[in-house]
Write a protein that binds this ligand. Structure first.
Ligand code: A2P
Length: 318
């Protein structure tokens, strides 16, 4: 599979398995079958509450000789209540212990949003710390320490605007290598891609398929369904592909790594097979033409009355 080369020469497989929303009871089998199918990149996060179950799958695959640790690319993410620089390493150690690993290939700051340390799920203004009270630059010192200690081979961020990336790059010893953000045909991220390409940062696309399975409370009532888009349906049919494969190929061909979530072996295989699909320039442009510039995951869940975060200041109005 095509890989993306990092500054330290590490190679990240361009397609990985997403695990957000993969339930504890099904994720061990899902990850194991994915590795058996040939997935070598697994995207995790402490807040997905399933790292222990994923760790079990990874360990079984290694013990059974299906894969070696060094053939896997494992990403995880720092949760919002662990942003104080002295909390980063302990949070990472907990993730490593759950995943039964001694290093991560990539560790990311999950959101540019800080909670008070004792808060796990912030519902009210007093649960939050503003970025003035808990600066990203401070969190990043902890992230850099994780690299120094060999616990994370690469570090990066998620959900950062170009403005926040620029600030971070200016104030960091070790540069962020990845910004994991939403990318799909309805939210294409042209400006972000241009910025990242110019600054040696890779984009990883989350919610590539629109994350239809996320909780109802996180969905708008009038939300469009990517799988029902007539333009995508027509092009996929003409090419003999599923809509999911078409979307994944389109994202990958823009040089963006992509982490579709599936717990179903047929769909996992379909998604993995998308790495062999080539779209013509014309086909790429057909998908480009349906951009709605509309996020599925808009961060509005961080906006509470009197709190420090708003959708506008989260994305810096980009
Ligand atoms: P499932 O896990 O049952 O396969 P995203 O990666 O954007 O968060 O989207 C994940 C959602 O898309 C899940 O509901 C997942 O269901 C579904 N999904 C993943 N791959 C496919 C596919 N190839 N075809 C249809 N649905 C898919």
């Amino acid at each position: 599979m095509q890989t993306l080369t990092f500054p330290n020469n590490d190679q990240m497989p361009i397609l990985g398995l997403g695990t957000w929303k993969s339930a504890k009871g099904e994720v061990t089998i899902a990850v194991k079958q994915a590795i058996q199918l040939g997935y070598r990149h697994i995207d995790c996060a402490a807040i997905y509450m399933n790292e222990k179950e994923i760790g079990k799958a990874i360990k079984e695959c290694i013990d059974e000789g299906i894969v070696k640790r060094e053939e896997l690319w494992i990403t995880s993410k720092l949760w919002n209540n662990k942003h104080a620089k002295e909390d980063v390493i302990p949070a990472l150690q907990k993730t490593l212990s759950d995943l039964q690993l001694d290093y991560l290939d990539l560790y990311l700051i999950h959101w540019p949003v800080a909670f008070k340390p004792q808060v796990f799920s912030a519902m009210r203004a007093e649960h939050y710390l503003s970025l003035e009270e808990q600066p990203i630059a401070d969190t990043w010192l902890g992230m850099e320490k994780a690299v120094d200690q060999g616990l994370a081979r690469n570090i990066g961020v998620c959900n950062f605007s170009t403005k926040k990336l620029k600030d971070l790059m200016e104030h960091s010893r070790i540069k962020p290598t990845v910004n994991q953000v939403e990318v799909n045909p309805y939210f294409q991220q042209d400006k972000m891609l241009e910025f990242c390409n110019a600054n040696n940062i890779y984009i990883t696309a989350y919610s590539p398929l629109g994350s239809f399975d996320r909780p109802a409370g996180m969905k708008a009532k009038d939300e469009p369904v990517l799988f029902e888009d007539p333009v995508l349906l027509k092009l996929a049919k003409n090419k003999g592909l599923s809509v999911a494969q078409l979307i994944l190929a389109w994202i990958r061909q823009r040089g963006i790594s992509v982490i579709p979530k599936s717990v179903n072996p047929e769909r996992q295989k379909q998604n993995l097979d998308s790495v062999n699909i080539e779209l013509s320039e014309e086909e790429m442009n057909v998908v480009k033409s349906i951009n709605k510039n509309r996020r599925f995951v808009d961060g509005s869940f961080w906006e509470v009355p009197g709190g420090p975060y708003t959708v506008a200041n989260l994305w810096d109005e980009e």
